[in-house]
Design a protein around this ligand. Structure first.
Ligand SMILES: Cc1cc2nc3c(=O)[nH]c(=O)nc-3n(C[C@H](O)[C@H](O)[C@H](O)COP(=O)(O)O)c2cc1C
Length: 167
């Protein structure tokens, strides 16, 4: 493995990339930085923030590098979107996918992204708020939508680190 490459909007994927770098000794670069620093066809771990089911930057990263594992950084708790993420991003079964819960605060978003999430909070958030018998995951999502939340934790890297050390 040669490097960690990431794409972030509000910093969660960058935070996870730095934590992973510290734990593995690999260098972490944003997708832009990586262009000048990580040669094409290098083996990388890719981390991207999730936007409407798309792992941002993954397609570009997969064109240039050999992506050995993908970390999808989203507001949802792990597990919730695994199948959708794999399908939508055309992730081969041979590439492990790890879901990492990041931060979310609609007030920290700008332009189109803010508009999209304001609509989402009003529609999906309202629906969740009025739903009875919400699961713990749904409660967490509702809390993220309405109050914002910071969910980046080094413990969330356990699975990806176990994979890295055991491969
Ligand atoms: C326009 C938009 C769409 C999003 N879509 C999803 C989504 O489909 N699934 C998800 O789990 N999180 C989604 N999120 C939440 C972000 O992925 C989450 O806040 C993540 O922590 C952002 O990572 P970053 O801080 O590295 O930018 C979306 C956020 C925005 C702004």
């Amino acid at each position: 493995m040669e490097a960690i490459v990431y794409a972030t909007n509000t910093g969660s994927a960058a935070q996870y990339a730095e934590m992973l770098a510290k734990e593995t000794g690999l260098a972490a670069y944003s997708l832009d930085e990586a262009r000048g620093k990580v040669p094409a066809d290098s083996e990388v771990i890719y981390l991207g923030w999730v936007m409407a089911g798309t792992v941002k930057g993954y397609a570009a990263a997969a064109k240039r590098y050999i992506v050995r594992a993908v970390c999808a950084v989203g507001m949802a708790q792990p597990g919730a979107q695994g199948k959708i993420l794999r399908e939508r991003n055309k992730l081969p079964e041979s590439v492990p996918l790890f879901q990492l819960q990041g931060n979310f605060d609609v007030k920290k978003l700008h332009g189109m992204y803010r508009l999209m999430m304001e609509v989402m909070v009003k529609t999906a958030g309202k629906a969740l708020a009025s739903k009875s018998g919400r699961t713990a995951e749904e409660d967490d999502m509702l809390d993220m939508m309405t109050n914002g939340g910071e969910r980046v934790r080094v413990e969330n890297l356990h699975a990806v680190l176990a994979w890295y050390r055991g491969r």
